[in-house]
Design a protein. Structure first.
Ligand code: PMP
Length: 454
């Protein structure tokens, strides 16, 4: 009864993110009640393996006592401190220093935000400030990649290249440009890595020329692995090649590691394994493992120093009430301890097991492609493997596949085009990974029986 009334309250008053508002009114909410490790329990007592770590964020898994204790202690001691007026808190200073120590290259300066979207927004503001400080205000055009996701603010959603984030919102803005994704499975040049890299490099150069040359371009944004676009893994060397173009043409290279950061792909940051250092890097999600909100922008020495010198004695007018929130920072420190104390290592082993398990599903009639790195993976479903025919919209892949998996005790991400995404907590056991794969097979078999599929 209690649950029913909550469902009514939700239906009447709670506006859900990235949902069909009318669709949600019809289906109602599924209330989650509790969680431990990699398992979530809904309000009816149904237990499920969380194959998506919430929203690719609960990297450390649920119910980590050290994280709960760190947050509680900080709430008692100092629940809030502003960073304005040069005030601060112990956990924020400690976390910034530890993150700078771990970050690639000279990304030595950390600006804390509330999540990923405002981290991306901050980089746009910093990039503009940077070019103004260098006396090059005409460098005010920004480029990102098709299928990319960079948040849900007006600026970030414009850099994002997913139709639902533009339609009806009058986006993208006229200074926001896109080049094609590397998307190996459906790339018109085929899946040869060198051909994909050469085409992307040529396209980036052509786009820069089309905009008016490097003297007009402020920054280029990439996700080391495109997440919301369907877990698209670039060929080895793609990121480095794009970085090289930006270095050559004096364009800021900004890596959006909101999903890939904090062990999701194996190392603490995915840029490490690409062997590159971005000019700025955005993170969120795994930074606090979803226990409390927080994001962080990492600035390289030269970006930081240029802005600092450009401002001189004046304030750099960019700040949030909750920048460097002490409770979030305390959680960040506790989560970082877990990553260092074996969680990254476990994630790497479990990620390899997950990818191997999903590759074992390649013989299934619906599986067209299996891809991933670390604890980030996807399978792309097709009705004809030769023609790579996507699942028909009438089969409602995003809702029906999600529902079937849910019944089978698995939370996964079902994208509209028939791509299933995985991002389990890094604390998963071997048995849990095997169950994720097994429940996926069950879900695929049921999907094959859907009369709307063929
Ligand atoms: N960038 C990327 C790459 C993301 O995946 C996301 C969120 N999924 C964001 C930015 C925005 O982060 P948030 O939802 O925390 O605002």
């Amino acid at each position: 009864m209690l649950s029913n009334s909550l469902i009514e309250q939700d239906r009447a008053h709670l506006v859900h993110p990235v949902a069909s508002w009318r669709g949600h009114e019809a289906t109602g909410v599924r209330l989650l009640k509790s969680a431990k490790g990699a398992t979530v329990t809904d309000a009816t007592g149904h237990q499920l393996l969380d194959g998506f770590a919430g929203l690719w964020c609960v990297n450390a898994g649920y119910g980590q006592e050290s994280v709960i204790e760190a947050a509680t202690k900080q709430l008692r001691e100092l629940p809030y401190a502003t960073g304005y007026f040069s005030l601060g808190s112990e956990p924020a200073a400690r976390l910034a220093a530890r993150l700078a120590d771990h970050a690639p290259g000279d990304l030595n300066h950390v600006y804390f935000t509330l999540g990923g979207s405002d981290a991306v927004d901050s980089t746009v503001r910093f990039a503009r400030y940077y070019w103004n400080a260098r006396g090059l205000p005409q460098k005010d055009q920004f480029i990102s990649v098709q299928q990319g996701y960079h948040g849900s603010s007006t600026v970030g959603a414009g850099l994002t290249a997913l139709p639902a984030f533009h339609a009806g919102f009058s986006l993208p803005l006229d200074w926001q440009h896109k080049i094609s994704s590397h998307y190996a499975y459906r790339n018109p040049v085929g899946n040869d890595p060198q051909a994909i890299i050469a085409t992307s490099v040529a396209e980036l150069r052509a786009k820069i020329d089309q905009i008016g040359g490097p003297e007009r371009v402020a920054a280029f944004y990439v996700e080391p692995i495109q997440g919301s676009g369907g877990v698209l893994v670039p060929p080895k060397g793609w990121i480095a090649a794009m970085r090289a173009v930006c270095t050559e043409l004096d364009i800021l290279f900004i890596a959006d590691e909101v999903i890939t950061g904090f062990g999701r792909t194996g190392p603490l940051f995915a840029c490490e394994e690409e062997g590159i250092v971005p000019d700025m890097m955005t993170t969120a999600k795994g930074l606090t493992s979803g226990y409390v909100p927080m994001g962080a922008v990492f600035l390289s020495d030269h970006v930081y120093d240029t802005i600092a010198d450009g401002a001189g004695a004046a304030a750099v007018g960019h700040g949030y009430t909750y920048s460097a929130h002490p409770v979030s920072a305390a959680v960040g420190l506790a989560v970082l301890d877990l990553y260092e104390d074996g969680l990254l290592e476990n994630g790497r082993r479990m990620g390899a097991r997950l990818l191997a398990g999903l590759q074992g599903l390649s013989d299934h009639p619906l599986v067209g492609d299996v891809r991933g790195r670390g604890m980030l993976a996807a399978i792309e479903l097709v009705t004809d493997k030769q023609l790579k025919t996507p699942l028909p919209a009438v089969a409602q892949p995003s809702t029906r596949i999600f529902d079937r998996a849910w019944q089978n005790g698995l939370v996964l991400r079902a994208f509209a085009q028939g791509v299933i995404g995985y991002a389990p907590p890094l604390c998963c056991t071997e048995a849990e990974i095997d169950q994720i794969v097994e429940r996926t097979r069950q879900t695929l078999d049921q999907t094959l029986d859907d009369p709307d599929i063929r």
